[in-house]
Ligand binder design. Sequence first.
Ligand code: 13P
Length: 249
Amino acid sequence: MRTQIVAGNWKMNLDQEESLQLIDALKKSTFQSQAEVIVAPNFTALSACATALSGSKIGLSAQNMHQADKGAYTGEVSAPMLKGVGVNKVILGHSERREYFREDGVLLAAKVDTALAHDMQVIFCFGELLADRESGQHFEVVRMQLTEGLFHLPRESWTNLILAYEPVWAIGTGKTASPEQAQEMHAFIRQTVADFYNSEIADNCPILYGGSVKPDNAPLIFSKPDVDGGLIGGAALNASDFTAIVNAL
Ligand code: 13P
């Protein structure tokens, strides 16, 4: 059976002290599900969070990284730097990176290559805009994002990939995809991976849903067969909400 995962993307919220407080609360939480739990604090909090999480089952992810290992890239953070402070996962391709920082498929493919070359697990995000869905282009947009970012990879790489479908119109809007819309797209994603690679890779790949997941809507979304968990934004900033979402899986 493929791994079930709930990951919290804290975005540009919570300074180091606040991050450590949330980690402390999560360590005291009772997670009743078998789901793997991951948190993604901001860069400045990662090192302290890695120390706080050592010996815990909660995984730690960065929210982004540069594609080069080092060099004259003012303001950037590399995979070896992340690994050096104990971070072995990274979120890539988030719609906020695509929109506000102009990250495109070519750049994301390079970032994915670098992360995998450093044996990091990649949470690869993608999803359509509202206009894409309204014009019926959503499946094509998602297929393109997968193709550009991931389909150059050899089969072996897929053991280190987690997919996160996040329709942009559902992120931070309080408007979530219906469980049926999520299932329809997740099934399409799995079929697209099966068609390009094979059904074993597709069946083993976790596909998370992200976009306004809350404790009240998580149970129905997670009940769908191709939804293997969630990537949570706003609700991940609150320990009891996040715990309730994990326990909905
Ligand atoms: P919200 O849960 O706040 O909609 O954010 C989702 C998200 O972007 C997670 O990466």
